[in-house]
Design a protein around this ligand. Structure first.
Ligand code: MLT
Length: 267
């Protein structure tokens, strides 16, 4: 897969056809989407950036100096990338977990640039007070003990218990993706997630077709979050993928790709 770089943002741009923007979750990278890009780029133009601070993308000096990070900031980066690639037509926006928070921010900022939304393993609500406190603790951990401590605590929750026990190569792969994240990137995302607004009121106003996908064994975001988004978005479909945790596209790539392809064909 060819790696491109523009304005310190690293991305994959592969295939031709209706553009699909793939937005990864925390603390991952565009590598999260390798199977989707492999499977879909013969029919679609697949664009997958490394969000700033992840993979091979750097946070901008001005962002670090201001220490003001938000979902809107990541969404603006994605929109600027599309513009720079000459993409003016509406795109399919596909986000996983934090990538889903960014997808909702993208929709709020640029509804006319969205052909459809694919929200995987995510939620619309803001952080509870407890979750905000946990973000502060995580910032503290990264600052004093390094990112490894965060990854070790998170890894068993990212993958379903059965895959964690039986698929060491998958565990290693996810670990390898996380290892590329920078301290600054992790802190930026934690602060951005902690302060993200509640998008629940946006949901009834989403007018594009939307697909919600959730792993049956997700230990990070409960399935009820997917169900409540499904109830609130007017034109939404919900698919639960069995034998998958928080990363259903990695754990069950064939099923995930089939679900996505069927949805894309229906547009
Ligand atoms: C993610 O997977 O992107 C994050 O775990 C989401 C979150 O922490 O809210």
């Amino acid at each position: 897969m060819q790696n491109n770089k523009h304005n310190q943002l690293s991305y994959i741009d592969q295939g031709q056809g209706t553009p699909i923007l793939f937005i990864h979750g925390y603390p991952l990278s565009k590598k999260l989407w390798e199977e989707q890009i492999e499977g879909l780029s013969s029919q679609f133009r697949c664009i997958a950036p490394d969000l700033r601070g992840y993979g091979q993308s750097a946070l901008l000096a001005a962002q670090v100096e201001k220490q003001h990070f938000s979902m809107d900031m990541f969404a603006e980066d994605c929109a600027n990338l599309l513009t720079d690639l000459g993409i003016r037509e509406p795109v399919v926006v596909t986000g996983l977990s934090m990538g889903g928070y960014i997808s909702l921010a993208f929709y709020k900022l640029y509804p006319n640039r969205v052909r459809s939304l694919v929200l995987t393993a995510t939620r619309a609500g803001a952080d509870s007070l407890e979750a905000q406190n946990n973000r502060d603790k995580a910032v503290d951990t990264v600052t004093h003990s390094g990112s490894r401590a965060i990854f070790e605590a998170m890894l068993p929750k990212l993958i379903s218990p059965s895959a964690y026990a039986n698929k060491p190569e998958l565990v290693k792969r996810v670990e390898g993706i996380m290892d590329e994240a920078t301290h600054e990137g992790i802190v930026a995302s934690l602060l951005a997630m902690k302060t993200r607004p509640d998008s629940t009121l946006l949901l009834p106003n989403i007018t594009c077709p939307s697909l919600i996908i959730h792993g049956a064994d997700d230990q990070i975001i409960p399935i009820t979050e997917a169900q409540s988004m499904h109830n609130s978005i007017p034109e939404a479909e919900l698919v639960i993928i069995e034998k998958a945790g928080h990363l259903p596209n990695l754990e069950q790539p064939d099923t995930y790709n089939q679900v996505l392809q069927r949805f894309l064909r229906s547009l």
